[in-house]
Design a protein around this ligand. Structure first.
Ligand code: F6R
Length: 656
C-alpha cells in the first residue's frame, strides 16, 4: 500500500521583505535564523524589473548556505539549485518551478520584493521540486507556505482538469495555482489570495509575490504562526521573531484568518472575510537566543510544549479512500503484510521504549507475536527471522548506527523492513522497504520528548493498519481507536498545563538520590522512559522495573529515602499495581504516582500524585510520559544542569 506521496509544509520557516534593496541577503540571513524550524531545503523568490527570480536548494543542513553562495558569485549553479528568471521580460519559459535547465542568473541587486522559505519535510523527499517558493504556470506568482493543506488532493484534481501543471509532490503548490486562477477574476493580488483561501482547509502561513504587482507581498495565516513589521521605507514578515530581530521593533502578530498586504512602509490588515482589523503590536523583550526558543528557557521546554502538535501532525491524514489507514511510504503490499507471521522491532534508548509500548498494542490488536530488541544486541545475537518477518527500525534521527545495522541484518535474513523516523531521507528511510514518518519537526534538545510521543503514536497507527489488513479487529473498533488516538493531543495539552503541580512535587523530592520507576503492562515501558529521562537529565540513579518483579529481588533496596515513581493509570492491572506500591511504601519509600483524574483511592498509597486525564489504556504512555518529562526536567534544572545538553551524550549516536 502506498501513501499519497504528498510532502507537507510541516514545520517550516517563511520570510518576506519589500522596500529593501539588498533583499536577497536580507532573506538569506532571515532563513539562517529560522533554520531551527527545519533545514532540509530552502529557497528564495525575488521580484525585480517585472520578472520573478527564483533559487531553490535541497542539500540538508547546508541548503541556506548554498543559497548564500549565489550572492557572492562563488556559486552560480550546481546540484539542484537554479537562479532563474521567469516572466515576460526575461524571455525565459514559464514555470520556474521546473528548476533544472533554467538559465542561471545571480540574484538581482535591486528588487522590489522577495520571499524565502526553509523547510523540514514531514513526508515526501526533500528535493528541489518540493522546495519552496512554488511558482504558478504563468511564472509570475511565487508562494511560500508553512502548514498543511488538508484538501490538496481535491484542489489538485480541479486544477489538473483546468490544465495546470503541478510540478511538485507538495500540498503547498496547489495554493499558488488556485491563486493564479482567482487572479483572472480579481482586481488585485490581495483579492485573489483572499478568494483562493475560501477553498482551502488546513493550516497555513503563506506569503505571495507577483511580478505584476512589484513591491507587494500578500500574506495570510490560519494556525501556523506569522508576524510582520513596518518601518518608514520597508515592510517585513516571518514565521517567527528571530528572523526579524534587528529589523524593526514595530512588529505585529497576524491572527488566525487574517490577511495582510505589505508595501514599503505600509501594512494593511483585514480579516479573510473582509472585516476591518487593528493589528496587535508585539512587545519584544527577547534576544536572538531566546527568540529561537520561542521565549522558552530552553529547547526542552519548547519541545515539550510542541508535543500536542507533534502527535497531531503524526496522526494527520491517516485515512485514505474508503476509510482505510494510510502510512506514508509503506512500499509493502497488503498481501505481504497479511502474510507476516512475526514482527521484530529494533531501536535504542527512548525509541526502544516506544517500541516496547508498540509490542503490547500490536500483539493485542493483531495477534502477531512481536519481539523487541535493543539494536546493539540484535545485531550480534543470531536472531531468528525470515521472509515472513516484518522488521521495524524505530529511530528519531534515522542515523543511529546500531539501529541502521540491525535493519540491514534483518534485511539480510530476508525480512521486510520498515523505518519509523523523524527525518526524511535519512539513511534508514532510504534503505528501508517502507517508511512511516513521525512529523514532530526538528528536535534540538538531546533528550527525546516530542519525538518519543510521536513514535508511540505512529507505531499505534501501524498496529491498527496491520489489524485492518489482517482483519483482526472490526472496522468499528478501529474507527473508535483512531478516534481515541485523535483525542491524545488535547490530553497531552492538559498535562502540560499542569506543569506547575508537577514542579511542586519535584521540589519536594529534591535531595533524593535513589529512584525506582514501576509500571505494569504498557506502564512498564512508560516507567522505563520516565527513568531514562531522570537519569540522563539529572544524573540521578533511577531503575525501572515491572512492578510485579520487585518482590523477586530489587525490593531489598527499598529503604526510607528511596523514591518510587509508579504508573497507576487505569488498566486491568491497576489493582495489582496499587498493591505493589503499598508494599514499597510500607518499607519506607516515598511514593509518587501518575494517576487518572478523580481516582482518589490512589492517595491511600501515594505521598504525591501527578494527575493525568484518562485515555484508552494502550495509548496511555503518550500521556503519562508528559508529567515524567516535566518531573525530570525540574529536578535537573533545580540541580543546576543544562537540560538541553546533558553531559556525555550526543543527539545522534553514529558510532557503535
Ligand atoms: C533519550 C534519547 C536517546 C535516543 C537514542 C536513539 O532521551 O534521546 O536514548 O532515543 O539515542 O536515537 P534515535 O531515535 O535517533 O535512533
Amino acid at each position: 500500500m502506498e501513501g499519497d506521496g504528498v510532502a507537507s509544509g510541516g514545520m517550516c520557516g517563511i520570510i518576506g521583505v519589500t522596500g529593501v534593496d539588498e533583499a536577497f541577503s536580507f532573506l538569506v540571513e532571515g532563513l539562517r535564523q529560522l533554520e531551527y524550524r527545519g533545514y532540509d531545503s530552502a529557497g528564495v523568490a525575488l521580484v525585480a524589473d517585472g520578472d520573478l527570480w527564483l533559487a531553490r536548494e535541497a542539500d540538508g543542513n547546508h541548503s541556506v548556505e548554498e543559497l548564500a553562495l549565489l550572492e557572492t558569485g562563488s556559486r552560480v549553479v550546481g546540484s539542484g539549485v537554479s537562479g532563474s528568471r521567469t516572466g515576460e521580460n526575461s524571455g525565459a519559459s514559464s514555470g520556474a518551478s521546473s528548476g533544472a535547465g533554467d538559465v542561471s542568473i545571480p540574484p538581482p541587486r535591486h528588487c522590489e520584493a522577495g520571499i524565502g522559505h526553509t523547510r523540514w519535510a514531514t513526508h515526501g523527499r526533500p528535493t528541489v521540486e518540493n522546495a519552496h517558493p512554488h511558482v504558478d504556470c504563468s511564472g509570475r506568482l511565487a508562494l511560500v507556505h508553512n502548514g498543511i493543506i488538508e484538501n490538496h488532493a481535491e484542489l489538485a484534481a480541479r486544477l489538473d482538469a483546468n490544465g495546470h501543471e503541478i510540478a511538485s509532490e507538495t500540498d503547498s503548490e496547489v495554493l499558488v495555482h488556485v491563486i493564479e486562477e482567482e487572479l483572472r477574476r480579481s482586481e488585485s493580488l490581495l483579492e485573489a489570495v483572499r478568494r483562493a483561501l475560501e477553498d482551502v482547509r488546513g493550516s497555513f502561513a503563506i506569503a505571495v509575490v507577483s511580478s505584476a504587482e512589484p513591491g507587494v507581498i500578500v500574506a495570510a495565516r490560519r494556525v501556523s504562526p506569522l508576524i510582520f513589521g513596518v518601518d518608514e521605507r520597508s515592510a517585513v514578515l516571518a514565521s517567527d521573531i528571530p528572523a526579524l530581530l534587528g529589523t524593526t521593533r514595530n512588529l505585529f502578530a497576524l491572527e488566525d484568518d487574517q490577511i495582510v498586504e505589505l508595501r514599503p512602509g505600509v501594512a494593511h490588515v483585514s480579516g479573510l472575510d473582509g472585516s476591518k482589523v487593528d493589528p496587535v503590536p508585539l512587545t519584544i523583550t527577547w534576544d536572538l537566543d531566546a527568540a529561537r526558543k520561542d521565549g522558552f528557557d530552553d529547547f526542552m521546554t519548547k519541545e515539550i510544549h510542541e508535543q500536542p502538535r507533534a502527535v497531531a501532525e503524526t496522526l494527520l491524514d491517516r485515512h485514505g479512500p474508503g476509510g482505510s489507514l494510510v502510512l506514508d511510504e509503506l512500499r509493502l503490499t497488503r498481501e505481504e503484510l497479511r502474510l507476516v507471521d512475526k514482527v521484530f522491532i529494533v531501536a535504542c534508548g527512548s525509541s526502544y521504549h516506544a517500541a516496547l509500548v508498540a509490542k503490547y498494542a500490536i500483539e493485542h490488536w493483531t495477534r502477531v507475536p512481536v519481539e523487541v530488541d535493543i539494536a546493539s544486541e540484535f545485531r550480534y545475537r543470531d536472531p531468528v527471522l525470515d521472509q515472513r518477518t516484518l522488521a521495524i527500525g524505530v529511530s528519531q534521527s534515522g542515523e543511529t548506527v546500531d539501529t541502521l545495522q540491525a535493519m540491514r541484518e534483518a534485511k539480510r535474513w530476508g525480512a521486510r523492513v520498515i523505518a519509523v523516523s523523524n527525518v526524511v531521507d535519512s539513511s534508514m528511510t532510504r534503505e528501508a522497504d517502507g517508511v512511516l514518518y513521525t512529523r514532530a519537526g526538528p528536535e534540538i534538545c538531546v533528550a527525546s520528548t516530542k519525538t518519543y510521543l510521536a513514535q508511540v503514536a505512529a507505531l499505534e497507527v501501524l498496529a491498527l493498519a496491520l489489524a485492518e489488513f489482517r482483519q483482526t479487529l472490526d472496522h468499528g473498533v478501529i474507527e473508535r481507536l483512531v478516534g481515541n488516538l485523535n483525542e491524545l493531543p488535547a490530553a497531552i495539552e492538559e498535562c502540560i498545563d499542569r506543569e506547575k503541580e508537577v514542579f511542586e512535587v519535584a521540589d519536594r523530592i529534591l535531595g533524593a538520590r535513589d529512584f525506582f520507576y514501576l509500571g505494569r503492562n504498557v506502564g512498564y515501558p512508560a516507567a522505563m522512559e520516565g527513568a531514562l529521562k531522570l537519569k540522563e537529565l539529572s544524573y540521578l540513579r533511577a531503575e525501572a522495573y515491572a512492578a510485579g518483579e520487585l518482590k523477586h529481588g530489587p525490593i531489598a533496596l527499598i529503604e526510607p529515602g528511596t523514591v518510587v515513581v509508579g504508573i497507576a493509570t487505569r488498566n486491568r492491572l491497576r489493582e495489582k499495581m496499587l498493591a505493589n506500591v503499598a508494599e514499597v511504601r510500607s518499607r519506607g519509600a516515598t511514593v509518587v504516582l501518575v494517576a487518572n483524574d478523580g481516582e482518589r483511592d490512589v492517595e491511600d498509597v501515594a505521598d504525591h500524585v501527578l494527575w493525568v486525564p484518562e485515555v484508552e489504556p494502550l495509548l496511555s504512555p503518550v500521556v503519562n510520559a508528559v508529567p515524567l518529562q516535566l518531573f525530570a526536567y525540574r529536578m535537573a534544572r533545580e540541580l543546576g544542569y543544562d537540560v538541553d545538553r546533558p553531559r556525555n551524550l550526543a543527539k545522534t549516536v553514529t558510532v557503535e
